[in-house]
Design a protein around this ligand. Structure first.
Ligand code: VG1
Ligand code: CO
Length: 558
């Protein structure tokens, strides 16, 4: 087979956001659009690319298979020695991370727009993960972007025939050199990895009821995303759950019209079913399987910030941590600081990083971090370098098994020891970009002005005095790289916080995220929406959000 060089021209806006490049399918299917971006990803690896191994797979959304085949042809032409491709192009994001690490690959190309809807009218995405298995850091993605602005041609082995629906190894002769494509079972490696981390025998006895006298009543909702195949293998085949415990387990190109985002709004079906039915645990994942939502009996909601803190508290229940020890913890800046309190009690380092999993990687590689999470339904550990939805559910079931308590009781006990961080996030999706930029600029100016610190705000009889306000910037403790303008942050005297930032994962317009976090030592059994109301009103007043966006209510509340 021979290599062809195809002339092309740069496209504007191929700038990776919080987690890769995400655009409408129609944008990706323009002539050479995907080809350009893939060529630039490969080029960004420099000399390391020649003779390397890469992993390729995605969440099964519309255009995944075509993009995977394209990546095979472009990689072949660029001197890559071997590709590991998920069968039918399917691999969850955590599975890609695990495969990169297990195979000592140079990296992986993940085809997903995560929690964004799929299908011909919706979103597609491409992300590059580096050899540690984690999302490429800012310097790397900036380099990819720079390359896209000047690209003149890409390389392609047009004649390479590939059938990624069949598991197996094919070796091609590309310009006299061997090029290997191994189509792999999408779930096998990941399931093995989970078996190394958790005590599956113990969990099986717990799930089946052998050790407790009654089976664990679960409802695991894969939301027609990539986790379906993993969920069936792990929960049904390995842990012995009943067929009715799992739903929406067929990965569909448009997620069956669902919005595969595990939160109280988009996973409504799960929440309603668990609220009405007789369940011990409900869980859902996003399209690419890195997010998770956990709810208890009667749909008792566990905020992701609390979920992280609880898992941190009970890490000893998980064999992986018994074996490897417990290093520090971390959370993204907007995430409520519940885990900080656990870290303090256990004498562990706790890190606060910008939004996006790529910021955890260096700390994990450096041995300083073993557990981290984000308020956006992301939880994970240093077993890989991505957040991991199924891992989080297995962690929760381990905690339930270890404590013998219900999810609600686990949370109530936790709050009685540590106090409670009430947390909510308001999302205003698909607003006009210009007024949002103006809003953020105005707010930044106001809150960073000298006279802002010390100001008092009162709403519904509650007063808050400003202690500190800034646009969050972060210096990586390991490589000293700096990330600036990561979100506006107002911290009050009692530790309560208002955080506001614009999303970096949308495919059109702007999404405003407003995060509210308030700590109570004693008053831990209140309702978050009631407890946080005064602070929400103050946030809307300071930001003038209704005026700038024209919105009176958020699209999603979590
Ligand atoms: C969102 C979340 C962030 C998460 C990112 C990727 O980013 O807020 O916490 O890391 O999505 O998750 P943003 O910039 O839209 O706020 V995923 O599951 O979409 O890869
Ligand atoms: Co995701």
């Amino acid at each position: 087979l021979s290599v062809e060089t195809v002339a092309t021209k740069p496209y504007d806006g191929q700038k990776p956001g919080t987690s890769g490049l995400r655009k409408k399918v129609k944008v990706f299917t323009q002539a050479n659009y995907t080809e350009n971006f893939v060529q630039c990803i490969l080029d960004a690896n420099g000399a390391a690319l020649a003779g390397s191994t890469l992993v390729v797979g995605g969440d099964g959304r519309y255009y995944c298979k075509e993009a995977a085949e394209l990546i095979v042809r472009i990689s072949a032409a660029n001197g890559v020695a071997k590709l590991l491709v998920g069968q039918n192009g399917i691999l969850s994001t955590p599975a890609v991370s695990s495969l990169i690490r297990h195979n000592k690959a140079l990296g992986g190309i993940v085809l997903t727009a995560s929690h964004n809807p799929g299908g011909p009218e919706n979103d597609f995405g491409i992300k590059f993960n580096c050899e540690n298995g984690g999302p490429a850091p800012d310097a790397f993605t900036n380099n990819i972007y720079q390359l896209t602005t000047g690209i003149k041609d890409y390389k392609l082995v047009r004649g390479l025939q590939i059938d990624i629906s069949k598991v197996g190894v094919t070796t091609y002769d590309v310009a006299g050199k061997p090029f290997v494509v191994e189509v792999i079972d999408s779930v096998a490696n990941y399931v093995r990895h989970m078996e190394e981390i958790f005590d599956f025998a113990k969990l099986r006895d717990f799930v089946s009821g052998k050790s407790t006298g009654k089976p664990l009543k679960m409802r695991i909702d894969a939301m027609n995303g990539v986790t379906g195949s993993y969920v069936r293998e792990i929960f049904l085949n390995r842990l012995g759950a009943s067929e009715t415990a799992v739903v929406h387990t067929t990965p569909l190109p448009d997620f069956g019209g669902l919005h595969p985002d595990p939160n109280l709004t988009y996973a409504k079906d799960l929440v309603d079913t668990v609220a009405k039915g007789d369940y011990d645990i409900g869980a859902a994942f996003d399209g690419d399987g890195d997010r998770n939502m956990i709810i208890g009996s009667k749909a008792f909601f566990v905020t992701p910030s609390d979920s992280l803190a609880v898992i941190a508290h009970y890490l000893e229940a998980i064999p992986y941590f018994q074996k490897n020890g417990v290093q520090g913890f971390a959370r993204s800046m907007p995430t409520a600081s519940a885990v900080d309190l656990v870290g303090k009690k256990l004498g562990k380092e706790v890190f606060e990083v910008p939004t996006g999993w790529k910021y955890f990687g260096n700390l994990m590689d450096d041995g300083r971090l073993c557990l981290c999470g984000e308020e956006s339904f992301g939880t994970g550990s240093n077993h890989i370098r991505e957040k991991d939805g199924i891992w989080a559910v297995l962690a929760w079931i381990s905690v339930m098994q270890h404590t013998g308590k219900s999810i609600e009781d686990i949370l109530k006990l936790h709050w009685s020891v540590y106090g409670r961080n009430y947390f909510t996030r308001y999302d205003y999706e698909e607003c006009d970009l210009e007024p949002c930029n103006e809003m953020m600029a105005t707010m930044e100016k106001n809150v960073t002005a000298a006279e802002f610190v010390g100001k008092s705000y009162t709403s519904s009889g509650k007063s808050y005095k400003v202690k500190q306000a800034d646009n969050f910037s972060y210096t990586d403790p390991v490589d000293k790289s700096v990330a600036t303008k990561q979100g506006l942050r107002i911290v009050f005297d009692d530790g309560s916080r208002i955080v506001m930032r614009l999303s970096g994962t949308g495919s059109s317009g702007a999404t405003v995220r407003l995060y509210i976090d308030s700590y109570e030592k004693e008053n831990v059994l209140g309702q978050a929406s009631v407890m946080l109301k005064p602070l929400i009103d103050i946030a809307l007043e300071i930001s003038q959000l209704p005026k700038f966006t024209g919105r009176n209510a958020p699209t999603v509340i979590t």
